[in-house]
Design a binder for this molecule. Structure first.
Ligand SMILES: [Mg+2]
Length: 388
């Protein structure tokens, strides 16, 4: 039995490196590494498939990547450029369906009418290739899990289906770590108990699995059978708006983090105002050098959507909870939405009036021109440590 919808996962291949290769023809066919400073603790953000042949991988120290592939061209992360191209990709995807969940800068789930998934996927690939000259892989199935796995099978630059009847042949022989939620630690735990492939997990006794992994184990077993009830998180039933940045290298200076948080706050504010929302709760996300991740929230007395209120809250949360450097990732989230513009219970001061007008001007500029013109902070976050 087929569900009413086909689900597609569209994922651009080696996105940052592919954009660089397209923008700079001399880089085509060459190993390209986009990442941090090799003199510091920089890590690889993305590498081209030519570099992967040498064993270079994302998240590897750039220093090590250069050892593996000395002839590689090393480029800094140019986030504003990749976000601009990502916006162009989104515009193309929106031609095919309004039902889209954007997972990340280069990845999105789409829901289309049952029976049209493969054909839509081929048309998307052709459109991205014709309009943007970028490689993209597409997985097609009936739920998020299976389309994600299908997309992994399609890579690079191809399209694959994974229908329920193909599960035993295509899904079950794969290593169990292809299932989302099974990282290296859980993978090892399962491996010690003889569970190496997805098929092994399907066959593993549920009672033992519960002892091993708790209730989560049963969910993972459901995934292994190809069952996934997760809905697409569509923009139109948004519950939160968030932006986050992973630094190209660990950051040690609080001021540097605050500059980035200001940019992220502005991004969140812009999107809130665009959706016509105000938010009551502001959340800071912080990942430390040792990968420990915390979130700290504050619920405000009244809902807000202007940049300075969001940033003031975030700044305060950061100063209270920042702990010890280094920091690897920061994020800003707004939730607890209400409809409408921010209203002040007090008569607005001249400064508030001024800010409101300034925001209107900023937003209209962002709508009109490159969305990143006013995005100073994100740019700064991509600075090399040498040019502080
Ligand atoms: Mg990708």
């Amino acid at each position: 039995m087929r569900s009413k919808q086909d689900i597609l996962l569209c994922d651009l291949d080696a996105f940052y490196a592919a954009v660089e290769q397209r923008d700079h023809p001399r880089l085509q066919g060459r190993p390209v590494i986009v990442g941090g400073d090799p003199r510091g603790r920089g890590v690889v953000s993305t590498c081209s498939y030519e570099a992967r042949k040498f064993g270079v991988r994302s998240a590897m120290p750039v220093k090590k990547a250069i050892e593996l592939c000395p002839q590689a061209v090393l480029l800094p992360v140019n986030m504003p450029r990749y976000e601009e191209v990502s916006g162009q990709v989104r515009q193309i995807l929106q031609r095919f369906t309004p039902d889209i969940e954007y997972v990340s800068i280069d990845e999105a789930y789409l829901a289309v009418k049952s029976g049209t998934g493969f054909q839509t996927g081929e048309r998307i690939r052709a459109a991205i290739k014709d309009d943007l000259r970028l490689p993209i892989s597409v997985g097609v199935s009936i739920n998020k899990l299976l389309s994600k796995v299908a997309c992994g099978l399609a890579k690079p630059d191809n399209i694959k289906t994974l229908w329920p009847e193909q599960i035993p042949e295509l899904f079950w022989p794969l290593p169990v770590t292809v299932i989302p939620g099974i990282g290296p630690v859980t993978g090892k735990k399962l491996g010690r108990n003889g569970v190496k492939t997805v098929r092994d997990l399907v066959r593993f006794p549920a009672t033992r699995l519960r002892v091993l992994l708790g209730e989560n184990g049963l969910l993972l077993q459901q995934y292994a059978s190809g069952i996934d009830y997760r809905e697409l998180e569509l923009e139109r039933d948004l519950k939160s708006i968030s932006e986050e940045t992973t630094f190209a290298e660990d950051v040690y200076k609080r001021e540097q983090v605050l500059i980035v948080l200001q940019g992220l706050s502005e991004g969140v504010g812009y999107r809130l105002r665009g959706e016509g929302f105000t938010a009551r709760t502001i959340t800071l996300k912080l990942r430390f050098g040792d990968f420990r991740t915390i979130t700290r929230s504050r619920t405000l007395p009244g809902p807000v959507n202007n940049d300075s209120d969001i940033y003031r809250t975030i700044r305060d949360l950061f100063i209270r909870h920042c702990g010890r450097p280094p920091w690897r990732l920061v994020g800003v989230k707004a939730s607890g939405f209400e409809r409408g513009t921010q209203i002040s219970l007090l008569i607005p001061t001249d400064a508030e009036k001024k800010e409101r007008i300034l925001l209107q001007v900023k937003d209209s500029l962002r709508d009109k021109y490159d969305a990143h013109v006013l995005y100073q902070a994100k740019r700064l976050s991509n600075k090399e440590p040498g040019d502080k």
